[in-house]
Design a protein around this ligand. Structure first.
Ligand SMILES: Cc1ncc(COP(=O)(O)O)c(C=O)c1O
Length: 434
């Protein structure tokens, strides 16, 4: 038997034997050798424009030099320092800095490793401090793959299939999705969702037994569904009225994606608990549960914990990420590039019967595809072909939505006009070809 270590190309060919199918059969599985800025490079040296930003984690682009330097400097000093046994400076400093930019009174933090973990922890926190069991989430939401987050996720039934029994005492209401609603106006669409929450309170669980309402400010995996503006403040009002905690899942929307550091600012709401991950450390694994001191302080003793969470290198990377986000034109870029994309894509809609809807906020933009001649019959086949054409032309895109009928366009926020034009042109050509 030949025990020599195989080359990268040989390993790629054996991907299906080495990686679990849920990894190996995902899209597009580029054999990436390195990444820089808005580009990925494969093992043949082919360059790809990354309009997915590493699943939305690299808002500042891959290997941002300021973030890398901060991480490198921290790595030389200390790689691992579990919080509790140690108190690493970078975690403390990160809590200090996050407290300055977080919405409302949020000033206390638990650090984990990922978004799903942050969601699980937030639910534990809400149940612990309220002594109530119920959680209300929204149809079409995506909150991660851990057991708790899976129980709260309904963007596709497949994420739940085979994993039951899931967490009990979770109830779902409709998310206002104007393009797919039978209601004609944003106001009616909001009202429909609020009535479902009333219905849950009336028939299924008293609001006195509900610990939290969990919501993504913009549904991500569920299809880049932007709720009409009055929706989130109305949810906050319901929470205030019944002593229910509002958990905002900003795992995908946070750190500049919607044009402000947090979507809470974009939508003018103040959550009780904020869940963060992805863009927080620009590619280094880190998640956070954030809440005001008066709430978090009640989560005492060893009621929650972690070995790797708040890793010193990830925290140093997060500090650098926040510094870069705050100084310079990143947020302005997010808004301006988002507007530019939306305008161009709306023109494409005018020319193309398969483009059903174009929507976006900041640089969180999506195009929903439909069967020609219908008002909104999903067209995932067209999406597959567009993704393939774009990939061949060197553009990485990723679908979302219940039927995978929508394509999200989320390039790094540092993208230049020329790079944006390059990616957009490939996308337009792919759509027109299909
Ligand atoms: C809104 C939202 N919440 C939670 C998660 C889960 O994050 P992670 O994959 O880091 O566990 C995701 C991941 O896509 C997400 O988009």
């Amino acid at each position: 038997m030949n025990n020599a270590s195989p080359s990268f190309s040989e390993l790629i060919n054996r991907r299906n034997e080495l990686l679990a199918p849920c990894f190996a059969q995902d899209w597009p599985n580029v054999p990436t050798e390195r990444a820089e800025g808005v580009y990925l490079y494969d093992n043949d040296g082919k360059r790809y424009l990354d309009f997915l930003s590493g699943f939305g984690a690299c808002n500042l682009g891959h290997n941002h030099p300021v973030v890398l330097n901060a991480a490198r400097e921290q790595m030389e000093r200390m790689v691992h320092a579990p919080i509790g046994v140690s108190t690493p400076e970078s975690a403390l400093r990160l809590a200090w800095e996050l407290g300055k930019i977080a919405p409302g009174e949020i000033d206390m933090f638990f650090f984990g490793n990922s978004g799903g973990e942050a969601i699980d922890g937030a639910v534990k926190l809400a149940r612990y401090v309220t002594g109530r069991p119920g959680i209300i989430a929204f149809i079409g939401g995506f909150h991660g793959r851990t057991m708790g987050a899976t129980a709260l996720t309904t963007s596709k039934a497949i994420y739940r299939t085979g994993h039951r029994p899931l967490l009990p005492e979770i109830y779902f209401a409709r998310f206002p999705y104007l393009f797919r609603s039978s209601k004609k106006t944003p106001k009616e669409c909001i009202q429909e969702s609020l009535e479902e929450i009333d219905y849950i309170f009336e028939y299924l669980i008293s609001p006195k037994e509900v610990a939290a309402i969990l919501v993504e400010p913009v549904q991500g995996e569920g299809g880049y569904v932007i709720p009409p503006f009055g929706f989130l403040p109305a949810i906050q009002e319901i929470c205030n009225q019944h002593g229910i905690l509002l958990i905002l899942d900003e795992v995908q929307t946070g750190f500049g994606r919607t044009g402000e550091i947090f979507a809470a600012d974009t939508f003018n709401i103040i959550p009780d608990i904020l869940c963060l991950a992805k863009g927080i450390a620009n590619g280094f694994p880190l998640g956070a549960i954030a809440a005001p001191k008066e709430l978090m302080i009640k989560w005492g003793g060893t009621s929650h914990g972690t070995t790797f969470g708040g890793n010193p290198i990830s925290c140093a990377a997060a500090l650098a990420t926040i510094e870069v986000l705050q100084n310079g034109d990143i947020l302005k870029n997010s808004r301006q590039h988002g507007e530019f994309l939306l305008n161009r894509l709306r023109r494409l809609k005018g020319k193309c019967a398969i483009v059903g809807d174009v929507r976006g906020i900041g640089l969180m933009v999506a195009v929903e595809f439909i069967q020609p001649g219908t008002s909104n019959k999903p067209n995932p086949e067209a999406v597959k072909r567009i993704l393939q054409y774009a990939l061949e032309a060197g553009l990485i895109l990723y679908p979302c939505g219940h039927w995978s009928q929508t394509i999200r366009l989320i390039p790094p926020l540092i993208i230049t006009n020329e790079q944006l034009e390059e990616g957009l042109t490939i996308f337009e050509q792919a759509v027109l070809r299909v």
